[in-house]
Design a protein around this ligand. Structure first.
Ligand SMILES: [Zn+2]
Length: 302
């Protein structure tokens, strides 16, 4: 199913990489992943709007302007070096992420027409191509929110895959549940038949390692690492994929002190995946999409 006889494709999607990203925080969070040979799919915000979103450092919030990722030279140098060594994929995370300065839960794409959506997608992709000198095949919807014009734009612009788990309107969200089922079904069965025939591939994240989500699970008495292990083993049994979402800024309290529980949970998950040895293909999101569509397996990163 996957390259080299692996039974599970495992990818890490790190969101909200932007002008504001601290390379020190990023390196600290992902040190165990990189030392164990896990590549990262970094969802980069080309021109991050400083809204009220916690993905902006407190002192920079709601400044009502955009910050281009190109101006964080330390970050660009680090990501380019990782990109060239095959340990990273640059993924497009919208253009500005949010446009509403105060109400940060709204995606920048909400309420836009197809032409407006396309213009934003193209501009963001062009910025990333120019800054990182690579092709951009994967798109992660800001706030995980999809809109119909966005789906059409991604298809017409030739993206290989996209992520997003909710629609902006409730009616569309209900439809999304049907579409999700269909996507999972297609992926599982088409893989066996020699490849998906539809592009772009909708890659549904398997687990979101987010502080609010994690504390809710802990409060409910869940053994999070055990649950994730179980999910990974189930995906392995189905010879499917498992995608973990991280946000390096969210491993810190308000961009300051580290959250040890988050770090420990992330490391425990990685240790478990690593212990599965050759059954796991450590890959990037675009590798999963390529293997799923071509049915021959992508090229594992060196
Ligand atoms: Zn985001």
């Amino acid at each position: 199913m996957w390259p080299s006889g692996a039974k599970l494709a495992f990818a890490i999607r790190d969101d909200d990489i932007s002008y504001f990203t601290s390379t020190e925080m990023f390196k600290r969070v992902h040190r165990p992943a990189l030392s164990k040979g896990f590549p990262l799919s970094c969802a980069v915000i080309p021109e991050h709007r400083s809204s009220n979103n916690p993905n902006v450092p407190p002192k920079m919030r709601a400044l009502d302007s955009r910050f281009p990722v190109s101006e964080n030279e330390m970050l660009v140098d680090l990501l380019k070096e990782m990109l060239h060594s095959g340990r990273l994929e640059i993924v497009q995370h919208g253009l500005a992420h949010n446009e509403d300065r105060v109400e940060f839960t709204r995606s920048e794409f909400e309420g836009l027409t197809l032409d407006e959506t396309k213009a934003r997608v193209r501009r963001g992709r062009e910025v990333l191509r120019r800054v990182f000198g690579c092709q951009i095949a994967t798109f992660v919807a800001p706030q995980e929110r999809l809109t119909r014009p966005l789906l059409r734009a991604l298809s017409e612009e030739g993206f290989a895959c996209y992520c997003g788990s909710a629609f902006s309107s409730p009616a569309e969200h209900r439809l999304r549940l049907l579409a999700h089922g269909d996507d999972l079904w297609r992926l599982r069965w088409r893989l066996k038949e020699g490849g998906l025939r539809t592009r772009p591939v909708h890659l549904i994240p398997s687990f979101d390692l987010y502080s609010g989500h994690l504390s809710r699970l802990f409060k409910a008495g869940r053994d999070v690492v055990k649950d994730v292990r179980q999910g990974i083993l189930e995906a392995l049994k189905r010879e499917s994929y498992f995608v973990v979402i991280t946000h390096s800024w969210n491993f810190y309290h308000e961009w300051d002190s580290i959250r040890p529980l988050m770090i420990d949970t992330y490391e425990s998950i990685l240790e478990f995946v690593d212990s599965l040895g050759g059954d796991v293909w450590k890959c990037r999101l675009s590798d999963v999409a390529r293997a799923a569509t071509e049915g021959v397996g992508g090229v594992p990163p060196s």
